[in-house]
Design a protein around this ligand. Sequence first.
Ligand code: ARG
Length: 267
Amino acid sequence: MSITKKTRLFALVAALAMVLAACGSDSGSGSTTTTGSSGDLELKKPGTLVVCTDVPYPPMEFVQDGDYTGFDIELMRAIAEDLGLTMEVAEPGWEAITGGLAFETDCDVAASSITITDERKENVDFSDPYFEAEQSLLVKEGSGISDLADMAGKKLAVQTGTTGHFYARDNGPEGIEIVEFQDADGPLLAMEAGQVDGFMTDLVVTQDFVNSHEGFEVVATYPTDEVYGLAVKKDGAPNLLAALNASLKKLRDNGTYDRIYNEWFGN
Ligand code: ARG
């Protein structure tokens, strides 16, 4: 066998070994992916998926005993594992996420109950939808408020730049006082302290609050047909986006999505 033939054969065997390694389902190691995505995942740090989120937004993303958890976080943990990546979490702030700035610095992907909107699509690219949402109005029990229309002359808390904020701004009655907070902790603390009369945000969050706090109720829901997407850098991460979508589909098909869903929301 000539030298060149030997070299070619060696190259062929090496290539085959790499293909086999990539096909293996060893999810914990290295940079192999099991989702069939090809190419560089455009990660900030090779081998690590930096997931950006805005906490607290329980039960979707929050810190418990010093660790990030919640539906979004556990879903991302499963996606990172599927992609053979180590997950890290960062908190660049809500408006840096939806405005796209976060992807210039820390973040590979954001998972933060982000409603897919046309406006946001100008700043970030979204994955396929992975969760459905609607708006809701949280008030103190016995407040006499039963709808947004009853909030004239009253204080409604919102997280700045969220769909709840926009919904209240566009549909609230004349004389409503919208009180803005930078994160979702502010409205919940203000509700508990009796400093505001209501909080408008996604039902999944107000419902969780009612379940874990005495004396509050969700008096109205508003079917806004919202769906959440994972966000990545606008026009900057096509391979990562394809890998995230492939992984989401795989986790839905193999029951992992449902298992995580049931852990957080029951059947
Ligand atoms: N779904 C709403 C939106 O996209 C609220 C999301 C707020 N998320 C958060 N982690 N605070 O505007």
